[in-house]
Design a protein around this ligand. Structure first.
Ligand SMILES: [Zn+2]
Length: 453
């Protein structure tokens, strides 16, 4: 296999930007530094002058190839990866939820679906729905195999996902022993039930009803309780899709221990609940719901301050038909979630519209380094010797172009949005897979399951 030498780019490291060369061999980064030569005979030399060179981006929170309630998700591993890879996402993580069988059976089945079809490297977070001896034996063996993240919910009782706060604390205690990070969806079930009682008689066709049924205080309460459980148990806690500035601030303040992290998503930063009042309001139903404009501004402020650990999408796309079927009749029957993975990098870049270069380190932290660290992806997340050569070369001079969240026939979440996100090249474990924003060769872009290494 030929070596690769990327010359003269601006490398985005964990501590800052440095103009340097980068040498790749056998899919790994083997050398970094100034003037690593002109490339020898067995080496391909690529001029990266004027380009930013980033580690491959990671979408930490994606739903694909699964059923959610009555509906099949619109995206397969393949279609989601084809939307992601040209934007610089080289790895994404989806979910394996225990059904009637075992949790390790669910993980295996989910990774089997990805195998040979996903063009990005990939991994799963697992979600047990029963807590018997067999499940704990499975969780322990998954932990030994290198799975570092378990997903838990403080809501969705009817879907069988709910765990009470005492149960949460007990699970977190075991997670601490197993060195697993608990990803928690935080909305307080009791407050949601109370909110529903307050909305009896409301017009079920009104998409804004969804925001009133899942109020901000439900998230804030559940985050408070999850933090308490994490403190008592000593477990690592990562709160997913934080939608309110208050909950995010609570998590920032407790983050000094390094054991608490959180993510927010582009939809909570660039959209708000006014979308729910429009004619297509039902298309913007997600849980937690889009919040008031001030919440989005508060979260953007935290991003600007470098306080947000992870930006991820919670990509959860449904077909237009499924999303529209109950629109105008009963929004409680509309499947919750929408597309995002193809828009993650571009929308995140636009958050730093005034000074992208000055914020590149933070950008890479949120979209690569932190997700890799939390998920235990040892070979991902930064440009360093020994890491996988997942590399994104970005041209800062590129023009603005439309943002596209999905290729799967779901509604576009961000119509009319544009971004100056110009991806010149993407390498997946040293292999060139994207040139000028387009896939070089579908066959060449073969994703691998990260944990098998
Ligand atoms: Zn989700």
């Amino acid at each position: 296999m030929t070596k690769l030498l990327l010359r003269g780019g601006t490398l985005v490291g964990e501590d800052g930007l440095v103009r340097a060369d980068l040498r790749v061999s056998a899919g790994r980064i083997i050398e970094l530094g100034p003037d690593l030569g002109d490339g020898s005979q067995d080496e391909r030399s690529v001029d990266c002058e004027g380009l930013y060179v980033l580690p491959g981006l990671i979408d930490f929170h994606v739903h694909v190839d699964d059923r959610i309630g009555r509906y099949r998700l619109a995206d397969s591993w393949s279609s989601a990866s084809l939307a992601a890879l040209p934007t610089g996402i080289t790895t994404f993580l989806s979910f394996a939820t225990q059904g009637r069988g075992s949790v390790d059976g669910a993980v295996e089945a989910m990774l089997d679906k990805a195998g040979g079809s996903c063009h990005c490297d990939h991994h799963v977070h697992f979600t047990p729905t029963s807590w018997d001896k067999k499940t704990w034996a499975d969780v322990a063996s998954l932990a030994r195999a290198g799975f570092r993240t378990i997903k838990l919910y403080t809501t969705y009782k009817s879907a069988g996902l709910y765990v009470s706060y005492p149960r949460l604390e007990e699970i977190l205690r075991r997670c601490a022993d197993l060195d697993i990070t608990a990803l928690v969806h935080c909305e307080d079930e009791a407050l949601l039930e109370e909110a529903a009682k307050g909305q009896t008689g409301a017009d079920p066709a009104d998409a804004h009803l969804h925001a009133r049924l899942r109020p901000a205080r439900a998230e804030i309460e559940a985050v408070e309780r999850a933090l308490e459980a994490a403190r008592k148990s000593g477990a690592r806690l990562h709160v997913v899709h934080v939608s309110t500035a208050q909950a995010a601030k609570m998590l920032c303040e407790s983050a000094e221990t390094k054991e608490v992290t959180f993510e927010t998503c582009p939809q909570y930063l660039v959209l708000d609940e006014s979308e729910l009042r429009g004619r297509d309001g039902h298309r913007y139903l997600c849980s937690p719901p889009l919040r008031r404009r001030e919440e989005a501004a508060g979260l953007r402020h935290l991003v600007a301050q470098g306080q947000v650990d992870v930006l991820a999408t919670d990509h959860c796309a449904f077909s237009k038909e499924d999303k529209d079927a109950a629109a105008g009749v009963d929004i409680r029957k509309v499947p919750c979630g929408f597309a995002g993975i193809g828009a993650l990098a571009a929308l995140s870049r636009e958050l730093f519209v005034d000074d992208f270069e000055g914020n590149l380190v933070q950008f890479v932290r949120m979209l690569s380094t932190n997700p890799a660290r939390i998920a235990g992806l040892r070979h991902k997340g930064s440009l360093r010797e020994g890491a996988d050569a997942d590399i994104v070369c970005v041209d800062p001079r590129g023009n603005a172009s439309p943002v596209r969240s999905t290729l799967a026939g779901a509604h576009e979440t961000y119509p009319g949005f544009t971004a100056r996100w110009s991806v010149e090249r993407v390498y997946l474990r040293g292999r060139l897979v994207v040139r000028r924003g387009a896939l070089v060769d579908e066959q060449a872009a073969r994703g691998e399951a990260v944990w098998r290494k």
